[in-house]
Design a protein around this ligand. Structure first.
Ligand code: CA
Length: 225
């Protein structure tokens, strides 16, 4: 598990880094929004710890940017006690959890582990939406009790939509996901895969539906909710 700590206070960053390393995480640390953007663009982190007051910008702005770009990595926000009230509202912008400074290290570790266990988190072994269960390690998809065999591109699309269930996944994000698999990705490739996937889900009685958000992307919703 690889974590990114975005924190400008050296002492806090060092304490976090050493405690999380001892807990078995690979930890990268940056102190500027600019460096965080660079790190996030090249490394697939499993979780991010984000301080809100950074020397070159606001952590919440960075978080909004990440979510706008379709980065669904779990984020634990750190915030100063006197800023909690104004900040909590802003956490809808996409934080998964937050901690008020000063905090106990045991609390940080517990929260990070909890984030990684969440279905939408990177570690979620089995994703569930409606009557679909997706074992992300065995790549096994079930609708109710029945196994659904999917080509890997359709499987990758379904996984990504399930990780972000209820939220729109931009088409460009899915293209990024699939580029490594299919080098000859045409502009129509994603819609075609989604079309096939949608039909298979319908034929097998899945209770979730894939909606197209025209000009933006796709959204997995529980049709029976
Ligand atoms: Ca700070």
């Amino acid at each position: 598990m690889r974590l990114l700590i975005i924190e400008d206070e050296t002492r806090i960053a060092e304490v976090l880094r050493s405690a999380l390393s001892r807990s078995g995480f690979a930890v990268d640390g940056v102190r500027l929004c600019g460096d965080a953007r660079a790190a996030l663009s090249v490394n697939p982190y499993d979780a991010v710890i984000l301080d809100l007051g950074l020397p070159d910008g606001d952590g919440l702005t960075l978080l909004k940017e990440m979510r706008a770009h379709g980065n669904a990595v779990p984020v634990l926000v750190l915030t100063a006690r006197d800023a909690v009230e104004d900040r909590v509202g802003g956490l809808d912008t996409g934080a998964d959890d937050y901690l008020v400074k000063p905090f106990a290290m045991s609390e940080v570790i517990a929260r990070i582990k909890a984030l990684l266990r969440r279905p939408e988190g990177a570690l979620g072994a089995t994703l569930r939406s409606g009557n679909i269960a997706f074992d992300t390690i065995g790549r096994d998809v079930r609708i109710g009790e029945a196994v659904l065999v999917l080509p890997r591109r359709e499987s990758a699309i379904l996984e990504h939509l399930m990780r972000r269930a209820g939220r729109v996944v931009p088409k460009a994000v899915l293209e990024d996901k699939l580029y490594g698999i299919d080098d000859e990705l045409g502009s129509n490739a994603i819609p075609v895969h989604v079309h096939h996937l949608r039909r298979k889900l319908m034929d097998r009685g899945a209770t979730v539906e894939i909606h197209t958000v025209r000009g933006v992307g796709y959204l997995l919703v529980d049709g029976h909710a």
